[in-house]
Every structure is written in C-alpha cells, then in structure tokens.
Design a protein around this ligand. Structure first.
Ligand code: SF4
Ligand code: SF4
Length: 109
C-alpha cells in the first residue's frame, strides 16, 4: 500500500497522480500531491515506478497500512527501491533480461 510521499524529493510533477489506476492521489496547486484515498491503493507499484525522483514508497503489504514513518532511517532507505530493483531511472540498467521466471512456464509443459 502507498505509504509515503517524500516532499523533500518531490518536484510536484504529478506523474504519480496520472499513473495511479485507482485515483489514490490528489493534486495540490503549487505543491506535492497528497495521498487522499490510501485505502483505494491496489499495491500495483505503478506510482513508484513512474516517479522520476524516487520520492514514493509503496509497502508490499496490500491489505493494511504498514504505518511507515517517513523519518525512520530504514524506511527512507526503501524509497523508490522497487523502481531501483527493476533498473528504471537515471544511470540504472534494466534487470528485465535477468528474469528467468519464463523457465517455469516452459517446464510446466
Ligand atoms: S501502488 Fe498503484 S494503486 Fe497504489 S497508489 Fe501507487 S499507483 Fe495507485
Ligand atoms: S511522481 Fe514523484 S516527483 Fe512527481 S509529483 Fe509524484 S511523488 Fe512528486
């Protein structure tokens, strides 16, 4: 579930507002968007993937809020971590070619 917008990193681009399929965010004139409907979040990670500033944290818990605390050092280290893991973003290499999960399908036949 979406947990945090890091307002220090956010550049108010509102890409996350457009990327979210369930309209969780609300644009705020002249400032970062706010998480207006957290419980509509489907934990799809689209917002985190498309945020160019790694300013979002989606916890991998779908059915409740993780109550992540923005100031907590461990949580801040996770900001944009899913995006980083798949290799999206400046200076990163896509990890798609390392995904061998298709092997499971070929072995199932
Ligand atoms: S994880 Fe998906 S559903 Fe949740 S806020 Fe981000 S884009 Fe919206
Ligand atoms: S996509 Fe990232 S930088 Fe852009 S408004 Fe959303 S949180 Fe801020």
């Amino acid at each position: 579930m979406i947990e945090i917008i890091d307002t220090a990193r956010c550049t108010d681009c509102n890409i996350c507002v457009s990327a979210c399929p369930t309209n969780v965010f609300e644009a705020t004139p002249g400032g970062p968007p706010r998480i207006a409907r957290q419980h509509d979040c489907q934990t799809c990670f689209m917002c985190e993937l498309y945020c160019p500033e790694d300013a979002l944290y989606v916890a991998p818990i779908a059915d409740r809020s993780a109550n992540a605390v923005e100031r907590d050092a461990a949580t801040r280290a996770l900001m944009g971590s899913y995006r980083s893991a798949i290799g999206w973003g400046r200076g990163r290499q896509s990890t798609a070619s390392l995904d061998a999960s298709f092997e499971l399908l070929t072995r199932a036949h």
